[in-house]
Design a protein around this ligand. Sequence first.
Ligand code: ZN
Length: 396
Amino acid sequence: MKVSYSPQLMEEAVFRHLNHLERSGYRAGYDEYHSLADPIYELPEDDREIAFAKVNKIFFIERLKLGEHVLRALEAVGLIPKRKRVSRKAQLAAAAMESDGYAGESEESDSDTGSDETSLEDQPPLPTDTDQQEENPTTDESSEDADGVISYDLAREFEERINEVTVKRAINKVDEGSNVLNRISGRPVIEMRVLASRFCNPEEAQELDAFLIQEFMHAKDMVDPEFDYEDAFIPGNPSVKNLITARFRLLWNMYVDSRLGRAGIISTMPKEARYREFDNFYRKIPEKQRRGIFEGIWRTDTFTHEELLSMATDLESLMSKYVDDVDMSEEERDYIHLQGSPCPLCKFPTYNWVDDPESICDEMVIEAIQIDFPDWESKDGGCDRCIEVYELRAGV
Ligand SMILES: [Zn+2]
């Protein structure tokens, strides 16, 4: 697996990071950058872009070690095996001395960044600045003790399966996220889009790491044969599709968060905040059962893509999986009118329920329905279309 960063991301991240340091009173990195970048303006215009890109890369990877965030996130989710937590020099020494799997691994992750280093060798040696020594301890410790979510061997398999991870600059927050290209044909490429501003403040490093981990977890699921991701066709009109998509995203996020929680890794959102999201989508389920479903999903070790999608599409499958029959009578269930459950009149999956038509409709409407459906009661509810049809029929 190769990890690469777009020139645009490196440029903006380095620029913002150095400016932040400079404002905080650490000028060394800033001055050093300018001592390398300023002479580039003397070069012929055609050569400048490449020269700037080279300086930005030195700073992004070597000086400010911003790529470490990405590598640590890849380790945490198990897309690459854990590297040893030692300094680069010690790491090289260890790689030279040992011959077991770990040593081989650290050798390889060195050669990964090594390709970047070789391009730096013709550069004049740069003095180490104090800024870095200030910030390195904090960035190195943040997720150090996390166990990650999968074992070494499995991580190794993922690393081999994936061709490349490209990290690009997102234009705005909506643009942020990850995607997997060549998922089916050839070797997959994980494309990550992230705001460069996230790299600017070392104090926000934990947020950046949590974001990257969250996104890489999704990407990992997408290339995991066990998860069996498929570009599924979601039926229904646009509003139905949006609702199912939103619910699917929530359930998948819960699946990501709960695994991270078990591995002791901090997620982008605490569990209670996730529950509030869940709450919004499933408000019609009584509180007790709602909590039960949420906890049930949270405790589940593995899901497939299909399982998550079917739970997002059909609430019966969600209910039957996590709500005990003894907890809820058949009658109670029927009156919940979950989005997606069938209207008792037309039998179509219903997303816009009229829960108790009696309370809003004329008596004639209720009577008109009961002529066609003698067993129907107002609390059985109906879809808004059916109610509308019967309103027309009753002439109100
Ligand atoms: Zn209906």
